[in-house]
Design a protein around this ligand. Structure first.
Ligand code: KIV
Length: 267
C-alpha cells in the first residue's frame, strides 16, 4: 500500500471519466479488511452491493437483505475506503415506499456509513424517486437491465433483450439526475447503443465491452464463489482452493504436532 495521501474520487470526477474515455472500474466490498484491500488497488468506485445477501449471508437471492444490514456493512466499508467513490445499494423495498420514506432511508445510509451515494434498481418507473433523492443532495446510481430484486417477477436471472424498455429506462434515469447506470445482463450491442445515447457513464456487468466501466462481485473476481459462476464472470484468483488448502495444512500440522513450534511460543 502506498504512503501518499489518497485522493477521494468524487461523483463529478466519475462522470467526467466518460468524456475523457477513461474506463471505470467498480468492485463490490462488504467488510473493512476487504474494502481496504480493494481500495489499495486504486479503482474508482466500490459498491456495497446487496449481493452481500448471496455471497456473505448465503441466501438464495438479494430479497432478504435489510436496510440495517446494508448500513452495518457499508459503515465498515466507508471507514476503510479513502480513495474510491463508495456507493451503497438500497435493498428491497427500502426505496419503494414513497418519496419521503426513500429519502429518509437513503439519508440514513449517507449519515451512518460515510459512503457517498446510493444505488437503486429501476429506470423509468423510479424516475420520481431518483429526482427526489438527487434534489435532496443524495447522488444516485441507477441499475437497469436485469434487476435481481425483481427475481420473483422475472422468474430467473436471464439476459434482458427488450431494446425499447432498456433505452427508455436508461434515458429516464439520466433525465431524473442519476450520475451513472449499472447495465446488468444485457446484449453487448444494446449496452453499447445505450452507452452512446447517454451523457452519464454506464457500468456493465454481463453487458459487453462497450460500457464506460465494468463491475464485478468481489467473491466472483477472487474465485471465492462457492457455486458455479455466471458466464460474465472472470476469476482473477483462485482463493477458494487457497483457503481450503491453507486450513487443511494447519489441520495437518496441529494433528502431527508440527504447529506451534518454538517460533510461535512464549518463554
Ligand atoms: O449487488 C450487487 O453486487 C450489484 C452488482 C452486481 C452490480 O448490484
Amino acid at each position: 500500500m502506498s504512503d501518499a495521501p489518497p485522493k477521494k474520487i468524487t461523483v463529478p470526477q466519475l462522470v467526467a471519466m466518460k468524456q475523457a474515455h477513461h474506463k471505470i472500474t467498480v468492485v463490490t466490498a462488504y467488510d473493512y479488511t476487504m474494502a481496504r484491500l480493494v481500495d489499495a488497488a486504486e479503482i474508482e468506485c466500490i459498491l456495497v452491493g446487496d449481493s452481500v445477501g448471496m455471497v456473505v449471508q448465503g441466501r438464495p437471492n438479494t430479497l432478504p437483505v435489510t436496510l440495517d444490514q446494508m448500513i452495518y456493512h457499508a459503515e465498515m466499508v466507508g471507514r476503510a475506503v479513502h480513495h474510491a467513490l463508495t456507493v451503497v445499494d438500497l435493498p428491497f423495498p427500502s426505496f419503494l415506499l414513497g418519496v419521503s420514506r426513500t429519502i429518509e432511508n437513503a439519508a440514513r445510509v449517507l449519515k451512518e456509513t460515510g459512503c457517498q451515494a446510493v444505488k437503486l434498481e429501476g429506470g423509468a418507473e423510479r424516475a420520481e424517486v431518483i429526482a427526489a433523492l438527487v434534489s435532496a443532495g443524495i447522488p444516485v446510481m441507477a441499475h437497469c437491465g436485469l434487476r435481481p430484486q425483481a427475481i420473483c417477477q422475472l422468474g430467473g436471472y436471464r439476459v434482458q433483450r427488450d431494446h425499447d424498455r432498456l433505452m427508455a429506462d436508461a434515458k429516464a434515469a439520466e433525465q431524473a439526475g442519476a450520475f451513472s447506470i449499472v447495465l446488468e445482463c444485457v446484449p453487448a450491442p444494446l449496452a453499447a447503443e445505450v452507452t452512446a445515447a447517454l451523457q452519464i457513464p454506464t457500468i456493465g456487468i454481463g453487458a459487453g465491452a462497450g460500457c464506460d466501466g465494468q463491475v464485478l462481485v468481489l467473491h466472483d473476481l477472487l474465485g471465492l464463489t462457492l457455486d458455479r459462476s455466471p458466464r460474465h464472470v472472470k476469476r482473477y484468483a483462485q482463493l477458494k482452493e487457497t483457503v481450503v488448502q491453507a486450513v487443511g495444512q494447519f489441520r495437518d500440522e496441529v494433528r502431527e504436532g508440527k504447529f506451534p513450534t518454538d517460533e510461535q511460543a512464549f518463554h
